[in-house]
Design a protein around this ligand. Structure first.
Ligand code: PEP
Length: 260
């Protein structure tokens, strides 16, 4: 059984030391007591070291929101894999806000290089994939997702694929308050992501990676997503920034246990 995972993408919020510490101190005890779901907080780089200290004996893990593929070099403003591997266990890669649809114009090829480097540094990549509204309305969702996942995982072996986390994040659902329906998200993950993995790597490998859904998940809808067989958790943006996140995690863990 794949272990449920709730990953909090703080984006460019709570990046000041005092704000981040206040928030984490407020939720860590309650979240740490919840069994049945792994929780990862992905704050801005600026507070990773401090949160690492505060969460040292906690079950809550940390992740970064991005990473360069190179270890070092003339890459102004970038952070390399081994700079992160002592600070966190996960790294979000290829978020739509960093792809061509977002602000950083990241290519599929760059994301693939990052995935390789992250695995090489012992980090677990959370690889984001998703279609725009126009692509969805044009019936291109399956083709877009297959292209993205194929490019992101190119050159990996089955064991490495199993180690990755995939996050299906339809771009039109992110921050919109209008999530995909759980049935639709489950169908897309099954067809376009696990279907692709089965075709490329075989059925056994296709069952290995955890696949999250992301896009306007909150405490009110998490149970419906967690009740779906292909959805192993959620990547949560806005709803991870307030104390209601504790309830979201509690409900996610509760649903998953029932489903077991
Ligand atoms: C995200 O940006 O990864 C995300 C899922 O955001 P939100 O939950 O706010 O839609």
């Amino acid at each position: 059984m794949r272990r449920a995972l709730i990953a909090a993408n703080w984006k460019m919020h709570l990046g000041r030391r005092d704000d981040a510490l206040r928030f984490v101190r407020r939720i860590r005890h309650s979240v740490g007591q919840i069994e049945g779901a792994e929780v990862v907080l992905c704050p801005p780089f600026t507070v990773l070291p401090e949160l690492g200290e505060v969460l040292r004996r906690s079950a809550i893990a940390l992740g970064a929101q991005n990473m360069h593929w190179s270890e070092s070099g003339a890459f102004t403003g970038e952070i390399g894999p081994s700079m992160l591997s002592g600070l966190c266990r996960y790294v979000i890669l290829g978020h739509s806000e960093r792809r061509a649809t977002g602000s950083a114009d990241e290519s599929d090829e760059a994301i693939n290089r990052k995935v390789h480097s992250a695995l090489g540094a012992g980090l677990v990549p959370i690889v984001c994939l998703g279609e725009t509204r126009t692509q969805r309305e044009g019936g291109e969702t399956d083709a877009v997702l297959r292209r993205q996942v194929s490019a992101a995982l190119a050159g990996l072996d089955g064991a490495e694929v199993g180690h990755c986390v995939l996050a299906y994040e339809p771009i039109w659902a992110i921050g919109s308050g209008r999530p995909a329906t759980p049935v639709e998200a489950n169908r897309t993950i099954s067809l376009s992501l696990r279907g692709f993995l089965a075709h490329r790597f075989g059925e056994a490998v296709a069952r290995e990676p955890r696949v999250l859904y992301g896009g306007s998940v909150d405490a009110g809808n998490i149970e419906a997503f967690m009740g779906m067989p292909e959805i192993d958790g959620a990547l949560v943006g806005g709803a991870s920034l307030d104390p209601g996140f504790v309830e979201l995690v509690r409900r996610a863990a509760g649903t998953r246990r029932t489903a077991d």
